[in-house]
Structure formats: C-alpha cells, structure tokens
Design a protein around this ligand. Structure first.
Ligand SMILES: Nc1nc2c(ncn2[C@@H]2O[C@H](COP(=O)(O)OP(=O)(O)O)[C@@H](O)[C@H]2O)c(=O)[nH]1
Ligand SMILES: [Mg+2]
Length: 303
C-alpha cells in the first residue's frame, strides 16, 4: 500500500461521510448556493473540524465564489482544500545518529500512548537506531507489563521500576542508562492523566525537569497523543497539556475509528501546534508521519 492509500484506507469513514454530503448537495444543480454552503458548514462541524475552522472555511469559499464566480463542485472543493491546508501545520520527527533524542509521550488515558511508543520504537529500530523505552506509567502494574511485552516484540530495552514508584525516578534511571549505552532514541511512556488534575500535571512537569537537568543536550520532543474519537475535547486537552509541559507536536490516533477525522484540523487550527504523526489503525505499520496534503486528499471528495 502506498502512503496515500494508507491514509485513504484509515480515513474511509470520514471521507465517506464528507463525500456523501458533498455529492448530495451538488447532485441537483452541480453548483453551490448559499443554503448549500450553510449545509456544507454543518457537514464540516459534524466531521469534527471545529466551529472556527468550519466557519472560516465557508467564509473563504464564499469569497472565492464572489471573486471568481466559480460556484462549481470542483471550485468549492478546491477552495475548501486551500483554506483547510492553510490551517494545518505538519512537521516530521527526525533522529540524529550518535545523538540522544527523547520522546516524552503524554496524554489522557487510553489515547494510544503506549501503542504509539511501541510503533515508534519499531520504526526507529528498523532504521538501525539504538532505541530504549522507559515505563514511566507506574500507576498500574498492567501498564508496566504492557510496555515490557512491546519491548520483547520489538526487541527494545525497557527501563522499569515497580508499580507505584516515582515516574521521575524511572526517567532519571533511563537517561543514565541511555547515556551509558549510547542510545539514540529514548521513548518515555507516561501514565494517562486527566488534564484537570493538577497534581498529575505537576508530576509531568517534574519528569520534564529531570530530562532538562539530566539530558540538557538531548533533543526533546514532547508529544501529545490525542484520540480522534474523543472529538472536540482534544482541543481542551491540547491547551491544558501545552500549559504544563510545552508540547512540540501532536499525534492523532484512531483516525480510522469514526467519521470524525476532522478533529485533526480543529486541534491544529486552535493550538497552532504541528501535527507530527497519524494513527490510522492498530497495526504496527498503521502509524504514519502526518502529511497535510495526503490527509486532506483522503478526507475530501475527488475534484
Ligand atoms: N483503531 C485504532 N486503535 C488504536 C490506535 N492507536 C491505539 N489504538 C488502540 O487504543 C487502545 C489504547 O491504547 P494504549 O496505547 O494502551 O493507550 P494509552 O492508555 O494512551 O497508553 C488499544 O486497544 C490500542 O490498540 C489507532 O491508531 N487506531
Ligand atoms: Mg499506556
């Protein structure tokens, strides 16, 4: 499967929904009037693109029609593509040979932090990097075991302490070990936390301080993992986590889960943070670098 086919396959539900609405609207006349544009705005909102992004998109389409007189199906999709594209920032995660990069994986419970950590470990190992994972989710014994199982499957070393221990201490150990072994990528899997619980957010800030102190020369990526199926709450999560740990990128998982893939647009538009990875399924290969063009082509009808 090409990367585009992977995006298309993962985003089937969102595209089917958006395309069906488009085609229904355009079926009768082949062009768009005011009422139809209002309906199109509703479609974008229902696909979880967010109120702001949806409104701005329709405004841009109206302006396009005013300026060019082109209210055709293709003209409208083209204008929509352009405006959505301007709202999305993408950035590719890169590693450097012989230098330590740390990925700090954060997010609420069940969004896919552990799975994504394992997928990233696998990808980096395939590219011949020296990789290690740290089990900084010490809340549940099962969480530590889950990471260890992924460590075995991907043949990646896992640094873990007992359940209930201080996650910052796990990270401290992992960094010492990474330095000793010449690790090039250390992935820190953390516990899912409610962005509303202050002490849990403080704990994350403490991990962050340990990293800054013990590995000041390492390249740090603080990645928020958001589950696309949770919809607009993702925006609130992104703001809260950004306030306590200064995020460098957003990972959107479970884009294959429902017809709400537009949430990637809402989060990007509202936070201005770059999208770095897209989770398009549960398989190890279902993690892709976020690609703005392929993402939009996969959710919009062809034109
Ligand atoms: N369909 C789908 N499921 C995913 C994806 N990423 C993670 N999952 C599933 O989401 C569930 C929770 O994942 P987990 O990594 O344990 O979440 P964590 O609590 O954030 O560590 C698991 O059943 C994963 O298989 C994805 O991109 N697509
Ligand atoms: Mg986990």
């Amino acid at each position: 499967m090409s990367v585009f086919e992977k995006f298309k396959h993962g985003l089937t539900k969102t595209r089917d929904f958006v395309a069906a609405q488009f085609n229904r609207l355009a079926a009768e006349f082949g062009h768009f009037d005011d009422d139809m544009l209002d309906e199109l705005e509703m479609t974008l909102i229902q696909a979880d693109c967010g109120i702001t992004a949806s409104m701005e998109s329709i405004d841009a389409i109206r302006e396009h029609i005013r300026n060019t007189g082109d209210d055709s199906h293709a003209g409208v999709i083209g204008a929509l593509y352009e405006t959505l594209s301007s709202m999305l920032t993408e950035r590719k995660l890169t590693l450097e040979r012989g230098k330590l990069t740390i990925y700090l994986m954060v997010g609420v419970n069940g969004t896919g932090k552990t799975t994504t950590s394992a997928k990233l470990a696998q990808r980096a190992k395939r590219e011949q990097y020296r990789v290690m994972m740290a089990a900084a989710d010490t809340f549940r014994a099962a969480a530590i075991d889950q990471l260890k199982v992924w460590g075995e499957r991907t043949q990646t070393a896992v640094i873990a302490h007992d359940m209930g221990s201080d996650p910052a201490a796990v990270v401290f150990d992992a960094i010492q070990s990474a330095k000793a072994r010449g690790t090039e990528l250390l992935i820190v899997d953390t516990a899912g936390r409610l962005h509303t619980k202050k002490n849990l957010m403080d704990e994350l800030a403490k991990i962050r301080r340990v990293i800054d102190r013990e590995a000041p020369d390492a390249k740090l990526e603080t990645l928020l993992v958001i589950d696309a199926t949770t919809g607009q709450n993702g925006i609130i999560q992104a703001r809260a986590f950004n306030d306590s740990v200064a995020l460098t990128g957003i990972v959107i998982t479970k884009l294959d889960g429902n017809a709400k893939g537009g949430v990637a647009i809402a989060v990007a538009r509202e936070t201005g943070l770059p999208l770095v990875l897209a989770g398009l399924g549960e398989g190890a290969d279902d993690l892709q670098d976020f690609d703005r063009e392929l993402f939009l082509k996969a959710i919009l009808p062809e034109y």
